[in-house]
Design a protein around this ligand. Sequence first.
Ligand SMILES: NC(=O)c1ccc[n+]([C@@H]2O[C@H](COP(=O)([O-])OP(=O)(O)OC[C@H]3O[C@@H](n4cnc5c(N)ncnc54)[C@H](O)[C@@H]3O)[C@@H](O)[C@H]2O)c1
Length: 334
Amino acid sequence: MTHLFITGGAGFIGSNFVRFVLRERPDWRVTNYDALTYAGNLANLTDVEADPRYRFVRGDIRERDDLVAAMAGCDAVVHLAAESHVDRSIHDSGPFISTNVVGTQVLLDACRDVGIDRFVHVSTDEVYGSLPLDQPDLLFTESTPIAPNSPYAASKASSDLLALAYHETFGMNLCVTRCSNNFGPYQYPEKVIPLFVSNLIDGEPVPLYGDGLNVRDWLHVEDHCEAILAVLERGRAGEVYNIGGNNERSNLELTRSILSILDQSASMIRRVADRLGHDRRYAIDASKIADELGWTPTRSAWPQALVETVEWYRTHESWWRPLKDGTGAVHQSA
Ligand SMILES: NC(=O)c1ccc[n+]([C@@H]2O[C@H](COP(=O)([O-])OP(=O)(O)OC[C@H]3O[C@@H](n4cnc5c(N)ncnc54)[C@H](O)[C@@H]3O)[C@@H](O)[C@H]2O)c1
């Protein structure tokens, strides 16, 4: 039996991953270690909180003693805890360096203290920087040089390199994953899909950055969870695995799709000044994980997966309303 230690399990991907593991691996136990920052929300996990295989520990990944105490008896770690919002990193990069870089270093050391057997560091395609729009065949592979452009991406790239260095230096049995933009239930309503859907439900316009032509690859969060589990169980130590949906959309195309699903007109689009340093295009070559681990996305097909996600936010207003009301200005991100 595996006892899995998940950091950041109260966030968007983390809560979906906790639920996914408890469902897919009935004989595993899960400890969810999360500091409950503004992005952490135990309401994401009410359906599993009474499961005897699940335990929540409130704690910060920058606190080595707390980590060591909470990890006692655990075999493997999936590391998701992070500051994750690019716009916030432009406003103030301090918490991003502190949690994403220093926090990852403290966590890696705590894993060595405890003797953790296996570690997956969950990262992002944003570490590769930006692709041009006029070369659609160009994709990020695992050997694309790291060239992050935002403070968020730079902090994630730093933590990726630290994790890989712990493999080389100490022989830690770990993998790094780099995934494209996720969508699905329980995403904090500062991110573009829940922000736009909730704005439209409230009769408010949707703020679209610049010319709207920036391209992102979109993957359903459960496809990401399945890929993380595949890497945890079968990934080769010291390797990086890209994870993508083969589902590139411009922000304008995404916005028009959301408007159409909610039966709203293009007059609800409000153009706003572009994000500083806004990457033009991300696109993933996910053939390595397909070839080595047999993983391909099955839940991300467009537009059906987007329709279902919009419907989830439409029918879960009681989940997002308090988050949106409580944060004041909620920034856009794609
Ligand atoms: N959302 C995406 O599209 C996406 C894509 C690729 C990779 N990722 C990566 O996946 C991970 C999860 O992303 P997300 O979108 O779920 O983020 P999120 O912001 O929704 O959740 C982050 C979680 O980490 C917790 N946390 C933050 N600082 C902490 C600390 N110091 N100690 C302990 N817990 C802390 C928060 O409370 C929250 O529950 C991140 O590492 C992110 O870089 C996200």
